[in-house]
Design a protein around this ligand. Structure first.
Ligand SMILES: Cc1cc2nc3c(=O)[nH]c(=O)nc-3n(C[C@H](O)[C@H](O)[C@H](O)COP(=O)(O)O)c2cc1C
Length: 463
């Protein structure tokens, strides 16, 4: 992949933010960008930035040295994005028309709906979505807090999707288009898919190791992401072939609850999200994305006694998304970020947080836990593509509140505040000990001294 020349210029254009590293020369080795520092000034007022209509892209430093305008631009695995907001794989990235719309509205990047070699094997049903509203079963009024889908990967012919990727890259050469791919447990099939998709000029791959209801009998999606040995083998095939960055998209459904009673507790420890991410990174992936949807049954219609979403009277478990999954997604991202930081250093690797993002604050939380980018899928289905403008505004408001000038200024800032419960107990005991040690006033009249008389008096004044 050729170095993004325009991106280097963009960074040199100034206002990148006070805490970003010095300007760098980007070198690409097997799809992973490496940085060599260049002696360029961090801020260079006067050099115009590319397409200022893009959300989040704005010159930041004021010439009189005033407050710095938050800059949302991010560089991830050598890819420059005008902001960290990425369309998550799903309906908002199903075809040329909607992906074009996403670019026009200003999304930082678009991840297309997952494609495979043989779309004819993918047969969707309708209805395939069901919503959970705040309130009791059957209410039609409460806020939508959860969303279940039983949608499979793209059912559009691969050739059609490939020609649309090509068209989009032709029309938007400096915008980031990421192909989401998934295949059967077959090295030749994975490598053929990679080769054909790469030819379209897409910027990166996201590997769908996480679709919860996608053909497990064919060892696709979560069937791979749930099994470290399979994951290692398939990641090896992928990274042997791919020459552009690869993100592994992880499933939160990493233990089978029916098995838990049977397996030893060591198995549970080994099944953490962090372990799966470690396997993906060790086998050469540049990034990790989490989470895909959570296996769920949305509910039962209490009049018909049939489960939702109901297709000809029957249903099947699906994937849960939207606001309700946000805390679960934060938990998984935190686990992965800790492993990435402690074992890999997070410089060359990227983390994409996904799950229940509808506001800039939701996004800030993912970034505070270490995410470089934040994906949105169901949020776009509920609020439309214009949501990115609100997300950018709200994220900037948060940054202004703390005087953060760039995303890197606060990325991972909350991660050090996670510890073990044992450590929490120790910290609390220590705090209580210290509070007790600080004397509030004098314990007895015999404690008055001549030297400290005024201070001793003040220690007992209440206003
Ligand atoms: C209707 C629907 C279809 C989806 N299809 C895909 C898909 O094809 N590939 C994929 O990797 N993730 C897919 N997802 C998962 C989303 O990309 C995302 O990981 C998940 O929904 C959580 O994020 P959200 O709460 O922002 O939707 C789909 C989600 C929904 C709701």
């Amino acid at each position: 992949m050729a170095p993004p020349v325009s991106s280097s210029l963009l960074h040199a254009a100034g206002g990148v933010g006070v805490s970003l590293p010095t300007e760098e020369l980007q070198l690409c080795r097997r799809g992973r960008w490496q940085s060599l520092p260049l002696p360029l000034p961090r801020r260079h007022p006067g050099i115009p930035v590319r397409n200022s209509a893009l959300c989040g892209l704005r010159a930041s430093a004021t010439s009189d040295g005033g407050a710095v305008e938050p800059d949302l631009r991010v560089r991830v695995n050598g890819l420059d994005m005008p902001n960290p907001f990425v369309i998550g794989s799903g309906p908002p990235g199903t075809n040329y028309t909607v992906m074009k719309r996403a670019f026009d509205e200003g999304w930082g990047a678009v991840i297309a709906k997952t494609v495979s070699l043989e779309a004819s094997k993918v047969v969707n049903v309708t209805p395939r979505y069901a919503r959970l509203r705040a309130g009791s079963n059957g209410t039609t009024k409460g806020q939508i807090i959860g969303w279940e889908n039983i949608e499979l990967i793209s059912d559009r012919p691969l050739e059609t999707m490939l020609s649309e990727f090509k068209q989009l890259k032709k029309e938007y050469p400096d915008r980031i288009l990421i192909a989401s791919i998934m295949e059967e447990y077959n090295k030749a099939a994975w490598q053929e898919l990679i080769e054909r998709v790469e030819e379209t000029g897409v910027d990166a791959f996201e590997i769908n190791f996480s679709c919860p209801h996608g053909m497990p009998e064919r060892k696709m999606g979560a069937a791979v992401g749930q099994d470290c040995a399979l994951l290692e083998e398939v990641c090896g095939w992928i990274n042997e072939k791919a020459t552009i960055p690869v993100w592994a998209k992880m499933t939160p459904n990493i233990t089978d609850i029916a098995q838990v009673g049977l397996w030893a507790s060591e198995f549970l420890a080994l099944s953490s999200s962090g372990l799966k991410a470690r396997v993906a990174l060790k086998t050469g992936c540049e990034g990790v994305a989490a989470i895909n949807t959570i296996m769920s049954v949305m509910g039962i219609d209490l009049k018909t006694l049939r489960p939702e979403p109901c297709v000809e009277g029957y249903s099947t478990p699906g994937g849960y998304s939207a606001k309700a999954v946000h805390p679960i997604a934060l938990g998984k991202v935190m686990q992965i970020a800790k492993v990435m930081k402690s074992e890999f250093g997070d410089k060359d690797y990227s983390l994409s947080g996904i799950g229940g993002v509808e506001t800039g604050s939701d996004a800030a939380e993912f970034i505070l836990l270490g995410a470089n980018t934040v994906q949105v899928c169901t949020g776009v289905m509920m609020h439309g593509y214009g949501l990115v403008k609100k997300l950018c505004t709200e994220l900037k408001d948060f940054m202004r509140m703390h005087n953060f000038s760039s995303v890197e200024d606060f990325r991972g800032a909350s991660l050090p505040y996670f510890t073990t419960h044992t450590d929490l107990v120790r910290r609390q005991q220590e705090a209580i000990r210290q509070r007790k040690a600080v004397k509030k006033g004098l314990q007895s009249d015999k404690d008055w001294t001549g030297d400290g008389f005024v201070k001793e008096t003040e220690s007992m004044v209440s206003n």
